[in-house]
Design a protein around this ligand. Structure first.
Ligand SMILES: Nc1nc2cc3nc(NCCc4ccc(CCO)cc4)[nH]c3cc2c(=O)[nH]1
Ligand SMILES: [Zn+2]
Length: 372
């Protein structure tokens, strides 16, 4: 069996799930946080270090790799796992989001999206078929349909059109998808409109995908709006299939997403914010450049087991950061990634042991103290 998802435990009070996702490159224990390695590397981290922090699966981007170095080169290397020397699971995003958020002058047509490369302005035309073929060439374990994610705020008519296009494009992706060692997920759109979200989910479920992504969120909506959409979709999406909330995220959103039946998350937050000194800890977040850490000899997070927290002081990491030393960015990214991976590991153990509500309350109590 190439691809299988087993729900091992469900929290009776919230519906939070602990599961196992079997892929050709290994078993993923969920809930899981997926570090983002957009251009075939999780910035500043080596594969060996990613294994040390127990990263189970990394995300990469079709849009970026298609533009550079090109899928042909990666196919010659034997696929993305071999090219980047990461032999655990990989999930690729389809480019639906990146084409709109990164490229210049994009024009949506029924057939696909015309866009100019953010690298050199060259013109390209991405279609559902091309996005699917590129992901098959990359050889990721989990691929995404090519979808249209609308910016918020957006009126209902615009959102409805994007849902209808996303569904037509999902059918076209499924039509051309051939690799049986790669799972293609459908992506639910519909902005913040309940009926559009339900209709989109139902149509995708009828196409019978092995997993379902919740797109169109983490694009500026409030936490309450995000949670309302999750509450809406949780009972509709098949319980026996994985649910992946795209682009999330911040620790509180991860824990509240788990409480609403989400199994998989990804976000650039830990590495991007890590590089500018923002640290996520069990007691809230802070920025290492603050003067209060000048003579702080303690670890970033006393409850963290990562290399940065075991071996270095905040004072030293602050010095590295202020000096623009690469090790500063590395240690902050290293810690933030391990913190989110550990947070999901803790949630999983709590669900398996029947104490997720307590885990959730304790998390919020400690994280909101913000006293660091
Ligand atoms: N195919 C597809 N991919 C997506 C990726 C996404 N990523 C997001 N949000 C990420 C937002 C995000 C970006 C940067 C940072 C760190 C800086 O503070 C945090 C969050 N929403 C997303 C929605 C979609 C979507 O509908 N379809
Ligand atoms: Zn740490």
């Amino acid at each position: 069996m190439m691809f299988e998802f087993r729900v091992q435990a469900v929290c009776p009070e919230t519906g939070a799930r602990a599961g196992e996702l079997v892929t050709p490159h290994g078993i993923i224990e969920t809930p899981v946080f997926m570090p983002v390695g957009t251009r075939a590397t999780v910035k500043a981290m080596s594969p060996r270090e990613m294994e040390e922090i127990e990263a189970q699966i990394v995300l990469s981007n079709t849009y970026h790799l298609y533009l550079r170095p090109g899928v042909e080169l990666i196919e010659k290397a034997g696929g993305l796992h071999r090219f980047m020397n990461w032999h655990r699971p990989i999930l690729t995003d389809s480019g639906g989001f990146q084409v709109f958020s990164l490229s210049g002058i994009n024009r949506i047509k029924e057939d696909g999206v015309e866009f100019s490369s953010h690298l050199d302005g060259s013109r390209h035309f991405m279609t559902p078929e091309l996005a699917t073929r590129v992901q098959e060439g990359l050889g990721s374990d989990i691929a995404m349909c090519f979808d249209q994610c609308v910016e918020l705020p957006c009126d209902e008519e615009t959102a409805r059109k994007s849902v209808e296009r996303t569904l037509r494009w999902a059918r076209r992706c499924k039509e051309v998808h051939r690799r049986d060692d790669q799972a293609l997920f459908g992506i639910v759109q519909g902005a913040l409109f309940d009926d559009l979200r339900k209709d989109c989910a139902r149509e995708l479920i009828a196409m019978d995908f092995p997993g379902y992504s919740i797109g169109g969120l983490s694009v500026g909506e409030s936490h309450d709006e995000m949670y309302r959409i999750l509450d809406l979709l949780n009972p509709i999406l098949p319980q026996e299939k994985p649910r992946y909330l795209m682009g999330v995220g911040f620790p509180t959103n991860l824990v509240e997403g788990v409480a609403r039946g989400v199994d998989m998350f990804d976000c650039v937050l830990p590495t991007r914010n890590g590089r500018n000194g923002t640290l996520l800890t069990s007691r809230g977040k802070f920025n290492i450049k603050h003067s209060r850490f000048e003579e702080d000899w303690g670890p970033i997070d006393p409850d963290c087991d990562c290399y940065a927290c075991r071996e270095f002081s905040k004072a030293y990491i602050r010095h590295l950061y202020r000096s623009g030393e690469m090790l500063g960015a590395r240690l902050c990214s290293w810690h933030n990634l391990r913190y989110l991976i550990s947070l999901m590991k803790g949630a999983r153990e709590a669900i398996l042991e029947g104490r997720f509500p307590q885990f959730r309350d304790r998390f919020h109590e400690l994280f909101s103290t913000g006293k660091v």
